[in-house]
Design a binder for this molecule. Structure first.
Ligand code: T46
Length: 143
């Protein structure tokens, strides 16, 4: 499908909280070039509605609950709920995604493999399906 759910490593203390971390090489297979986070989102808001051509990402929700709806354009669809700080999704390119806020002010954090480039986005679903089909054809013919 092009994604993996992982448990983020953590160090816990009884009285002073938990520290969570992930690293390139150990947990993710790409160098992080950019980090962004989305805050102040009311419940039931839907964001996303795009795919990336090249970008690799790790998404996690340190506070609240957010549904991440994934679609590979070839019939595989799933919804992953991020509702715990130690759960993350590693997302490969070419997956259409929507994010739906289950709780007011849930925080979505994303660390990604490249700097911002609007040309890496596919924001039109029919264009996404064409892109997936053309890429699959290239893979099968070796072009
Ligand atoms: C993604 C999901 C999970 C920037 O100027 N720089 C940035 O680094 C980013 C991420 C966005 N922007 C601009 C582009 C738009 O004008 O911020 C505006 C809002 O971005 P967008 O509508 O794409 O936001 P989301 O929440 O739909 O998607 C974001 C990321 O853009 C996207 O890469 O995978 O979060």
């Amino acid at each position: 499908m092009g994604y993996k759910v992982i448990n983020i490593q953590h160090k816990d203390t009884l009285s002073s909280g938990n520290l969570l971390f992930f690293e390139t090489g150990t947990d993710i297979d790409f160098e992080i070039k950019r980090v962004y986070y989305i805050v102040n989102v009311p419940k039931n808001i839907r964001r996303g509605a795009h795919a990336h051509k090249q970008l690799k990402q790790i998404l996690f929700c340190p506070f609240g609950s957010i549904d991440i709806s994934l679609d590979n354009g070839s019939g595989d669809k799933s919804v992953i709920t991020l509702s715990s700080p130690d759960k993350a999704i590693i997302l490969m390119p070419c997956i259409w995604r929507d994010m739906i806020w289950n709780i007011d002010n849930s925080v979505l954090c994303v660390a990604v493999s490249d700097t911002y480039d609007e040309n890496d986005y596919i924001r039109n679903y029919p264009e996404f399906l064409i892109y997936v089909r053309e890429n699959d054809e290239q893979k099968s013919t070796g072009i």
